[in-house]
Design a protein around this ligand. Sequence first.
Ligand SMILES: Nc1ncnc2c1ncn2[C@@H]1O[C@H](COP(=O)(O)OP(=O)(O)O)[C@@H](O)[C@H]1O
Ligand SMILES: [Mg+2]
Length: 490
Amino acid sequence: MSLQDFVKILRSRWLTIAVTTVVGVLGGVAFTLMTTPLYEASTRLFVSTTSGSSLSETYQGNRFSQERVASYAELLTGQTLAQRTIDKLQLDITAAELQGHIKADAKPDTVLISVNVLDSSAIRARDIANTLSDEFVVMVRDLETPENGSAPDSRVVVEQRASIPDGPVVPKPAQNIGVGLALGVVVGVALAMLRDLLDNTIKSREQLEEITGTGLVGSIPLDKERRRQASISFDKETSGIAEAFRKLRTNLQFLAVDNPPRVIVVTSSVPSEGKSTTAINVALALAENEKSVVLVDGDLRRPSLNKYLDLIGTVGFSSVLSGAVSLDEALQETRYPGLTVLTSGTIPPNPSELLGSQSARKLLTELRSRFDYVIVDSAPLLAITDTAILAAGADGVLVIARFGNTKKEQLSHAVGTLESVGAPLLGAVFTMTPARGGGSYSYGYYGEYSARTEPSRRLEITRNQTREITESSQTMFQPSVKSRKSGPGD
Ligand SMILES: Nc1ncnc2c1ncn2[C@@H]1O[C@H](COP(=O)(O)OP(=O)(O)O)[C@@H](O)[C@H]1O
Ligand SMILES: [Mg+2]
């Protein structure tokens, strides 16, 4: 994995990392709040020995003290002294418990011992430290006094007494939160990597092209506005999504230039991948280019064009096929110039049969003769055969994959279905691609209309790209008032 891949994963999974980081920090805070505060009180003991008069005696006395110091440190944390302290202060703890809270450090090459006592009460910490030290002085005197009652060889003085500690030494909020934060980030990054490893959704142009065996002809960015209003007003809009549809239109117009596809089925593997939204806007983009376009709702089970475009849903495709109304009666004008719609009509009991009928084929042929383009919205390919039947009779099929949502198996299954009926695949379209950093194109996870894998096609696309640039610069300066090609359906 390159550094770039790593950065991409971090960017695409920033939410995971943010969540674990917040959890880590909250964990640090919770740990801090749950920890009983402990106060530390300290005393310092000085060990002295009866020094002789001569220099060498003094030196030896000093050595003797230093050796003593090490043993004293042991005795300070011992059970005997702990018990004596407990008895003296009438504490309600065991000697072992108290021992666990006492620390005695002998500084090397000195005759000093520092004693630290931890306790949940600041006052008690001080009392224990002082009492313990006083008891130790007595204990040493008892131990060091020879049998004959002469002066003890060594004695201990409490050089510094304990005072009430200002604040607790435990918990350490900054340290706990810091550790929580660091752990959160590390776990978040690890989780992001793991999720990326286990992610089997399609997220790159390469994956999409490999699975579909065709080139990417469009990347439609995610645009929240589309949830409210599926259709884009191309005469007003210059947003990223409008530009993406214009590019898709251009690519469509230059695909198979010798035999341009005019009946185009828009489909995908599962619901909610943006088929209807894409079909509507591809049709509108073509209509913007002064083409007469009919948009047909080929999803006879769950039609949506009527809802998305505020049209009558009860008269349409199925009504014409059943002979209830004529085609002219069923075609509906829209508020968009150049766009006519044939909604699905009432939901028939046998959609697959109806779509596979001779009449359906005739109907599409009729529409083909009346309009420059017939764009067919369709049902998802997996689970039902409706769309495969439709696709087999079309000039071309655009297969859609929703970025980071469509699973690889789903798409390959869908493409397999299309191949099995011999449907001509025109190209793949990515929908709802993340539009970060001022437009989807700056997001490096997928490319845009770049060279395909086959060398012969690469040439074709390079040529197309050149035209596309010319075209899109033209469309940008196109006047919004357009003349329409008139067809019998208009
Ligand atoms: N480019 C897009 N940006 C944001 N939302 C989108 C986009 N395309 C489609 N949607 C939303 O996704 C949902 C499913 O879209 P739809 O076109 O009905 O999918 P399908 O026809 O595949 O079931 C709808 O709520 C639609 O508004
Ligand atoms: Mg739909």
